[in-house]
Ligand binder design. Structure first.
Ligand code: ATP
Length: 475
């Protein structure tokens, strides 16, 4: 019996977190970087830009260009590594975005996934009522035209609807999922059986979700189409509070291990009246964005609400038989639910620095550098021949061909070498390898430059891959 109890409680996790009360001040204070600077950098380097821009864009939708897509992949890979690769008690799911419409009735989304919508009676712009900032006197004005009168708040459902098949009537109506979580609940019994996992165990999923936000804003912070990284951890009722605490600490540490500055991170408890209908307790992992402290991720104790609802609505028994305890119960669920886009924005903001750097001629230059964790950097190594001289190019190409088998590399021979270093700093490339005339004429060695220290080392080409393997921190 003692063994069983130990088996289904979380292991101790000695992680110190900064936990604040529900009503903690949300203003961000002075920040190293403005949102405009980040948006401009992302646009200039093709990292993130408005969707369908040549037609004027679509509000709340963004495209991730080559570097943005790579950075996004790296965020998701780091999450999957933490949730799946390093654990034996979580399995993965890749479920369909379109689900049976009853799912969203059972989950409470059809009735209650709403935000309060008001309309300015003067310019007819629509706003989310709880996002309108009152002034010092507590008065609220339309951010568009400055008028003071609004319609009564209406509850607006955030789910996008569409139709399956050729008829557009209510019998064919389905919803675009507003969260990935529900698939983990409706597939719970099937996955538990086929993966032979025992409670406590988790199901993790990364995928697109859609919310028809009334006022998308703050770049990729609040959008209408986004990606979530969610994990539902099924536990025995009675162990849920310990597991909730465990996952709060685990998730805090994930951001810290990926280089986030602890002073920009905090855990905020939800107030009683802020809790979702399914939650017994929730915290938000918040980041100090330039606009305010805001949610990166929610870690909720969802109780057995979802499994109970789906058992009832589907008529299928989703309870679990715990062999060791000889007990049948509906597991409780602890859910860390993170946003890929929001995490990416936080990692970009946190990594951004403007620094002074010495020039080759002994002067001082300014450089912008993204001090991204190596695991997140879209390019790990840049290979730069000193010039496009025909003597240098074949060797530089060869070096690049060898390195790209192991890491994401970028070959760049356009422009002055100093400018190329700056370009790589700006996208967070940890190492630049330069091929010069000595390389090909005498020593078969290259110069390796470190992004953060800007120290340059001379290394024989045949030591290069080992050196990078030792110096790139990819986990
Ligand atoms: P918010 O209160 O900011 O609307 P939420 O509490 O409704 O967010 P959850 O339902 O807990 O968000 O979703 C989990 C995560 O999904 C959020 O922490 C966030 O990172 C991400 N997310 C939710 N809505 C959006 C959105 N419109 N745009 C980008 N990411 C989002």
């Amino acid at each position: 019996m003692t063994e069983t109890i130990q088996h289904d409680l979380p292991p101790p996790l000695d992680v110190k977190i900064n936990r604040v009360a529900a009503d903690a001040e949300s203003t961000a204070g002075t920040h190293d970087v403005s949102m405009d600077t980040i948006v401009e950098l992302c646009k200039r380097r093709g990292i993130i830009f408005p969707s369908s821009e040549i037609y004027g864009g679509l509000r709340g939708a963004w495209d991730y260009g080559p570097l943005g897509a790579a950075l996004k992949d790296n965020v998701k890979a780091a999450w999957k590594r933490n949730m799946l690769q390093l654990r034996d008690d979580i399995v993965q799911l890749d479920a369909a975005i379109l689900m049976h419409p009853r799912v969203w009735e059972a989950s409470g989304h059809v009735a209650g996934f709403t935000d309060p919508l008001v309309e300015c009676t003067s310019c007819n712009q629509r706003w989310r009522a709880d996002h309108l900032e009152p002034n010092a006197k507590g008065e609220v004005y339309c951010p568009n035209c400055g008028a003071k009168d609004f319609s009564e708040p209406k509850q607006f459902n955030l789910m996008f609807r569409t139709f399956v098949g050729p008829t557009e009537d209510t019998s064919a109506q389905v919803w675009m999922r507003p969260e990935t979580a529900q698939a983990m609940f409706v597939d719970f019994a099937h996955i538990q059986l086929t993966s032979r996992q025992k409670v406590p165990f988790g199901i993790a999923q990364v995928g697109k979700s859609f919310r028809n936000e009334i006022t998308p804003r703050n770049f990729i912070f609040r959008v209408r189409e986004f990606e979530q990284m969610e994990m539902e951890f099924f536990v025995r009722p009675g162990t849920d509070e310990q597991w909730h605490d465990y996952w709060i600490r685990n998730r805090w540490q994930w951001y810290i291990d990926l280089g986030m500055r602890p002073e920009n991170l905090r855990i905020r408890d939800h107030a009683e009246d802020e809790l979702s209908h399914y939650a017994k307790a929730t915290v938000d992992v918040e980041y100090r964005f330039p606009f305010a402290w805001s949610e990166l991720e929610g870690v909720a104790n969802r109780t057995d609400f979802d499994l109970r609802q789906h058992s009832e609505f589907s008529g299928k028994d989703l309870s679990y038989y715990d062999q060791e305890r000889d007990e049948r119960y509906l597991p409780y669920v602890v859910e860390p639910a993170a946003g890929v886009d929001r995490s990416m924005l936080a990692f970009l903001v946190d990594a951004y620095r403007e620094e002074e750097a010495p020039t080759a001629k002994g002067g001082v230059d300014k450089r912008t550098v993204l001090r991204l964790h190596h695991a997140l950097a879209p390019v790990k190594v840049a290979v730069l021949p000193l010039s496009r001289n025909a003597k240098l190019v074949p060797t530089a190409r060869q070096v690049n061909d060898v390195l790209k088998r192991r890491w994401a590399t970028q070959y760049d021979d356009a422009g002055a070498i100093g400018r190329r270093y700056r370009r790589q700093d700006e996208i967070g490339t940890p190492f630049c390898v330069t091929v010069d005339f000595e390389t090909v004429e005498s020593d078969q060695a290259v110069t390796v430059r470190d992004r953060d220290t800007m120290v340059q080392e001379r290394l024989p080409i045949d030591r290069l891959a080992d050196y990078l393997g030792e110096h790139l921190t990819l986990d």
